[in-house]
Design a protein around this ligand. Structure first.
Ligand code: ATP
Ligand code: MG
Length: 180
């Protein structure tokens, strides 16, 4: 399994439809400060279902929609499509290629689709949950996040390790059950 392509349209600074073709192995994105490198990574997290505006480096969710520039008016929607090569069957779906799409309008929530079929956020999360990518996994290490981990209290650091080991969700469930 590997990420095959990523298309951004109206997402942050990517007003026009922009497609990045990716290859297996390591991809590097280089460019001047403010040219949109981190926005590409935000798009990746967003299309996989990220729900936190802060994780997307914004104040509110609609901050991901192209806000306009001096020469270009703002847009009403943001769209991202991620195509994953699944020829090794790592994702639990009967397709050799899987495209996850997320669209968001200024006046409301998000729409998701898997291979062109409208679905729920839960379906996207379940598709990705055992793949090692997806929501709430520390597979995306943001700028400054390494610092945060190094400066964390022992309790916070234990949280990171528990999450990586996959026990955090069970501990949260246990705590919830004990509170009842
Ligand atoms: P650095 O090297 O400093 O980390 P970068 O290449 O990672 O830079 P980004 O943070 O991806 O840069 O891009 C920042 C740019 O994206 C800013 O110019 C900002 O104005 C623009 N931007 C962010 N959100 C939007 C939006 N909703 N609409 C239009 N432009 C946006
Ligand atoms: Mg950056």
């Amino acid at each position: 399994m590997y990420l095959k392509s990523l298309t951004l349209k109206g997402f942050k600074s990517f007003a026009s439809s922009t497609t990045l073709q990716l290859e297996p192995g390591i991809t590097c994105i280089v460019g001047p400060n403010g040219s949109g490198k981190s926005n590409v990574v935000d798009a990746l997290a967003w299309v996989m279902g990220e729900q936190g505006a802060k994780s997307l480096r914004g104040g509110k969710m609609e901050d991901v929609i192209f806000a306009g520039t001096a020469g270009r008016p703002p847009l009403g929607r943001a769209e991202v499509q991620l195509t994953i090569d699944n020829s090794d069957g790592a994702l639990p779906i009967e397709y050799a290629e899987v495209t996850i799409a997320r669209t968001m309008f200024r006046n409301g929530g998000s729409e998701y689709a898997i291979n062109g079929q409208t679905c729920r956020l839960l379906d996207v999360q379940e598709l990705l949950s055992d793949s090692g990518i997806g929501r709430e996994m520390h597979v995306i290490v943001g700028q400054g996040q390494l610092d945060q981990i190094l400066r964390a209290t022992p309790e916070e650091r234990r949280g990171f390790i528990e999450e990586a080991a996959g026990v955090l969700k069970h501990r949260k469930r246990k705590e919830k059950a004990l509170r009842k």
